[in-house]
Design a protein around this ligand. Structure first.
Ligand code: FMN
Length: 379
């Protein structure tokens, strides 16, 4: 994630480009420190809505645990598990070290892995190594990341070259207007991102997925993005990492107090998934992330119809605290929960899980229905 400097556009301004690269690196390192230190910094806000859903437990499941199948497909490749490590880091030494461990763990466990925005490699080319994760994760899908705002101002051919050099299987385009508004050096003009994303997707050498970063993709935007050639949209809804709160820790005075008012901002992930499915978004193009905090949240997102489920904060904290083993252990825990919940709901395949009976709270249903109604009014 990050900000855009107009200086970057003016060819030949090498000094400005390097200064921007340095600033990007420092900001990324600060974000990482804030996200990792949960004792000192509170970065989560609102509710993801998963607590408003329960599975119907089956006392007679009629399923043998070894028969459960969790294999899935992601960006055209088969994967062992239907969840992934969301886009996070790179661009600082600490970020690079964590990226390597995340990628090694992803390879060992058979899950896809994302990376943080690659914009910095066009400003500070020496950090390209931080993003060359394919060498640590040769057998699982690895996807790059770039901001939607950058698609307006950067030469797409240059980006395609970067993507090819990284040998990734896809690229995530992130939408983060909330964060940008609270970065002193952030973007303020969000016009033209949908059109730029469509142009980018059309020429991209790899499939494009479009994600938010913790406030959710509303149904109208979701439809536009799917029509514009994105293979997946990742709702990245509210209830988990809140990037205005992350920025708040770098702000003071009135700016900090203003950021504080956005603590519960955004569209909760679980009712948003349900609303998108109710509005006809095909499950195979829908990814779920934002406030997914345990194995059962993963199962619930799959039961709401998501194709695969992403987690960011839990993995960055796991890799910081326990390195490669910390991440593989966490993935093992999620796998155990997934397999067990599938048995206890009488499901052998992920297809069956996607239609499992869910008991939902009135608050969940109200939020889902309000989202559906708002989308229908806007149509
Ligand atoms: C340390 C950190 C760095 C992140 N950097 C990026 C990024 O560069 N690009 C991006 O699209 N999302 C980035 N994200 C956002 C996540 O991919 C995800 O959308 C968001 O954190 C919500 O998921 P969560 O609640 O599981 O953390 C970052 C998240 C964390 C925690």
């Amino acid at each position: 994630m990050g900000t855009v400097s107009t200086k970057f556009n003016k060819a030949g301004d090498e000094e400005a480009r390097q200064a921007d690269g340095e600033a990007d690196g420092l900001r990324k390192a600060a974000h990482l420190d804030i996200c990792i230190d949960e004792q000192q910094f509170d970065v989560e806000g609102g509710s993801s809505g998963f607590e408003g859903i329960q599975f119907l437990h089956r006392a007679l499941p009629e399923v043998a645990e070894p028969d459960v199948r969790t294999e899935s497909e992601f960006l055209g490749h088969s994967v062992r598990l239907p969840f992934f490590i969301s886009s996070m880091t790179g661009g600082s030494d600490h970020g690079y070290n964590l990226n390597k461990e995340l990628a090694r763990a992803a390879q060992a466990c058979g899950v896809p892995v994302g990376m943080g925005s690659i914009r910095i490699i066009f400003r500070k080319p020496e950090v390209i190594e931080h993003f060359q994760l394919k060498r640590y994760a040769p057998d699982v899908p690895v996807f790059a990341n770039i901001g939607g705002v950058q698609l307006i101002e950067m030469d797409h051919e240059v980006l395609y070259e970067g993507v090819k050099r990284l040998e990734v299987q896809g690229i995530a385009v992130h939408l983060n207007p909330g964060q940008e508004l609270f970065q002193p050096e952030g973007d303020r003009d969000f016009r033209g991102i949908a059109a730029a994303t469509a142009r980018f997707a059309e020429g991209s050498p790899v499939p494009v997925l479009v994600k938010e970063t913790g406030f959710g993709i509303d149904p109208i935007s979701a439809r536009m993005l799917l029509e514009s050639g994105a293979q997946y949209i990742d709702v990245a809804g509210a209830g988990g990492t809140n990037w205005v709160q992350v920025e708040r820790h770098r702000l003071s005075g009135a700016a900090g107090a203003a950021a504080d008012e956005f603590r519960s901002w955004g569209i909760a992930t679980a009712p948003l998934l349900a609303a998108l499915r109710a509005l006809g978004v095909p499950g195979e193009r829908l990814l779920a992330s934002g406030g997914v905090r345990n194995g059962l949240d993963i199962c619930k997102a799959l039961a709401l119809g998501a194709h695969s489920v992403g987690l960011a904060l839990p993995f960055i904290r796991a890799v910081h605290a326990g390195g490669y083993e910390g991440v593989t252990e966490l993935i093992g825990r999620y796998e155990k929960v997934l397999r067990s919940a599938m048995v206890l709901t009488g499901c052998v395949t992920l297809g069956e899980l996607s239609t499992a009976t869910l008991l939902t709270s009135s608050s969940f249903r109200e939020q889902r229905d309000a989202l559906v109604a708002a989308a229908r009014v806007a149509e």
